[in-house]
Design a protein. Structure first.
Length: 187
């Protein structure tokens, strides 16, 4: 079954048009997505750990890479917050409500990449959230069709790897920097 995305302008406003996922990434249309960062072990010095997912090696984009705790595209008829809540449940088995998500910022990200010899154009407006809820890897049921594994990493270690352009990660360094700064203001 085809998945349809709402087309957006650079500010994240809906244009009243939908398009099939594959065509959006072929043509480079702007679409929406939600990113949710899950954290734990908050220390008095501002350090904490962040949950990362390793994408399955057969994914159509960024196969095998370490990525945002939870992320997903906004499908036709959804909002950024409903996308975040749906993806948390689908990808991590976390059923929660809006009040547990803290909005951090909105961003426009994008680029053209090559996967399996085919151009992949990904231009997204993302709403970035922090999950304000204790979670344990032992209790998470993750979506095996999307995720190979979940790991906790020290936030500074992740940032160091991103600054060194470690190809094992597919996290936008600027997003991660803003996530760290925003989260430290909240904790």
């Amino acid at each position: 079954m085809a998945e349809y995305f709402e087309l957006l302008d650079e500010e994240g406003n809906k244009l009243g048009k939908t398009k099939e996922r594959e065509a959006v990434h072929r043509d480079g249309d702007i679409h929406g997505g939600s990113h949710v960062w899950v954290i734990r072990n908050i220390q008095s010095d501002g350090s904490f750990q962040v949950l990362l997912q390793r994408r399955r090696r057969d994914k159509d984009s960024f196969p095998g890479c370490l990525d945002v705790s939870c992320a997903g595209h906004m499908t036709a008829g959804e909002t950024f917050i409903s996308t975040a809540l749906r993806e948390l449940e689908e990808e991590l088995g976390i059923s929660t409500v809006k009040k547990h998500l803290k909005f951090l910022f909105k961003q426009m990200v994008g680029g053209t990449f090559d996967f399996y010899g085919t151009p992949f154009k990904n231009y997204e407006v993302n709403y970035v959230y922090l999950l304000d809820l204790e979670v344990s890897l032992d209790t998470l049921y993750y979506q095996r069709e999307e995720i190979e594994e979940l790991i906790w990493m020290d936030v500074e270690e992740v940032y160091k790897e991103l600054l060194e352009d470690n190809p094992e990660f597919c996290i936008w360094p600027e997003e991660f920097r803003k996530f760290m700064e925003s989260t430290r203001r909240l904790i």
